[in-house]
Design a protein around this ligand. Structure first.
Ligand code: 3SK
Length: 520
């Protein structure tokens, strides 16, 4: 079990401690050609924190932080937390209507925003009474009549004592992008933010000061916040930020910043493999020691191809915005079985339960995953959602898993992605994983399509890899590959070739949209 003192402020632990213990010259953030040491990060956090206090921001206030992956995003979250306020990073693609919902639901008093993303805030402001301060980081010459970040911080003090938050005070709020429904604010305390580093990162990644974490998950995505803020800073390591990273940008950052732990999602690893199959010949990726994947299940074929091309293993993990980070994964040094997500992360307990009774199922049987540990579901101001979110203290993320005899947890499908065809239960992702093995397939999503005879049939939406064309022969060969690899009833009776798949901003395939399309 993890223990924290009654009073703890996450910023004391992530920044100030490194400076006071002699690690002030370690590089905390690398962004383009810029290097920000821990001492400099502390100074920037103190100045913005003091500036926010001067504006009247109070402990407990919610501060919306709206940026691309740039250093000021980290500084803004940490400055809010250091003065006892709650950082609320917002995804950059959110439109004014969504921002209005979030600002009103959170009753956010303050917004710190990158000028390139100001438009939607300006459109949202007349539709809310909550916001008292807007601070703009002007880097693109966007004109505005709000408080200027550079002026605010230039006039503020370099010294700032961390507010004496308790371990159970809120530090972070993240609205679930979800695949459906109204966004809900998942809240996280100072203790819980630290716990993600002290459980998952410490035991699964074994980080040291020498590590450089880098990748492209957006910082407002819990996965990105953990891997690119909390985890590197907890260990006095470096985070490498890349704005709007394409696969090439990511590999360039590995070379330029010496990334040792790369974090991304399966689609991006597949794009890297397709665009740079001989990556290490085009970019120097020798600094990499491991890769992390989350957001969507990683297929064994992506794991194997990446290991062959790049010489490192991808550690898959499952996490949720509500749990804040990954709670099932393999640990560094363990024998990775790419057919499974891994073991419960130390500190977490997992069980697989019968969806109807909630009883734990015997090992080897598929059911709903239930999890509990140092982080957990706590929604802001949504009592009706909170009530059903926990069952006897266990969170149910909505995924179907098998708890194997060897202790590993094997992913089957999202609860909604199970296809029931002629009485057979067919996990869509299992079929996706097999189709993904083929060179012809760049990306694929498999859903159930309504069918009079069978109830549902398996339908695959396929994006072809460069150089391949759709044809009946190709469809037949995809179908045969599935029939020869899995139980034949799982083969996709329907195949549609598409140019893109609907995705959330965090990269999750919105299978719900594909299912809706099929129902029309
Ligand atoms: O939502 C997810 O997929 C996720 C994965 C890992 C860590 C955090 C999150 C939210």
């Amino acid at each position: 079990e993890l223990h924290y003192p009654e009073h703890v402020n996450v910023v004391t632990e992530l920044v100030d401690r490194h400076v006071s213990e002699g690690r002030g010259d370690n590089v905390a953030i690398r962004f383009e050609d810029e290097e920000i040491t821990y001492a400099e990060l502390q100074r920037q956090v103190n100045r913005l924190g003091s500036g926010l206090v001067n504006l009247g921001v109070e402990p407990g206030d919610r501060v919306v932080v709206r940026f691309t992956n740039r250093p000021e995003a980290i500084v803004s979250c940490l400055a809010a937390q250091k003065i006892g306020a709650v950082a609320l990073p917002s995804m950059k693609l959110l439109r004014a209507a969504e921002l209005v919902h979030i600002i009103n639901n959170a009753e956010a008093s303050t917004v710190v925003v990158y000028d390139a993303l100001l438009d939607e805030i300006d459109e949202a402001l007349p539709r809310t009474d909550a916001v008292e301060n807007v601070v703009v980081v002007e880097r693109n010459g966007v004109e505005h009549d709000h408080t200027d970040y550079d002026e605010l911080t230039a006039a503020a003090d370099d010294d700032l004592d961390a507010y004496q938050t308790t371990r159970d005070d809120l530090a972070l709020m993240l609205y679930t992008s979800g695949t459906t429904g109204e966004p809900k604010g998942a809240t996280h305390t100072h203790r819980q933010v630290l716990a993600t580093a002290d459980s998952y990162a410490r035991y699964c990644l074994n980080p040291t000061e020498a590590d450089v974490f880098g990748g492209n998950p957006p910082l407002p995505f819990a996965y990105g916040y953990g891997d690119l803020v909390t985890m590197p800073l907890r260990f006095g390591a470096t985070t490498s930020l890349v704005e709007n990273a394409s696969p090439g940008d990511l590999l360039q950052a590995v070379e330029d910043h010496g990334i040792t732990i790369i974090c991304s999602i399966p689609t991006a690893y597949n794009q890297i493999l397709q665009n740079y199959p001989d990556g290490p010949e085009e970019y120097d990726t020798s600094s990499l020691r491991m890769a992390i994947s989350a957001g969507e299940p990683l297929t064994p074929s992506t794991f194997n191809k990446f290991k062959d091309s790049y010489g490192v293993e991808i550690y898959d993990g499952i996490g949720t915005t509500e749990m804040l980070h990954i709670f099932v994964s393999h640990r560094e040094g363990q024998d990775i079985d790419p057919g499974a997500t891994g073991y419960p992360v130390p500190g977490y307990e997992c069980k697989v339960v019968d969806p109807d009774t909630g009883d734990e199922l015997p090992r080897g049987e598929a059911g709903l995953l239930a999890v509990r540990g140092p982080t957990g579901i706590s929604y802001w101001n949504r009592p009706e959602k909170q009530e059903n979110a926990l069952v006897d203290g266990w969170s149910l993320p909505g995924d179907i898993y098998i708890h194997r005899e060897d202790g590993r947890l094997e992913y089957k499908a999202r609860e909604d992605d199970l296809i029931i065809s002629s009485g057979y239960n067919i996990p869509g992702p299992e079929v996706e994983s097999v189709l993904q093995e083929l060179d012809e397939v760049s990306e694929v999503a498999v859903v159930g399509a309504p069918d009079e005879e069978r109830g549902q049939v398996v339908k695959a939406f396929v994006i072809l890899a460069d150089g391949f064309e759709a044809s009946d022969e190709l469809t037949e060969s995809l179908q045969n590959h599935v029939k020869n690899t899995l139980a034949p009833y799982k083969y996709p009776r329907r195949v549609e070739y598409v140019d893109e798949l609907p995705r959330t901003e965090t990269g999750k395939i919105q299978r719900v949209k594909l299912r809706e399309r099929e129902r029309q």
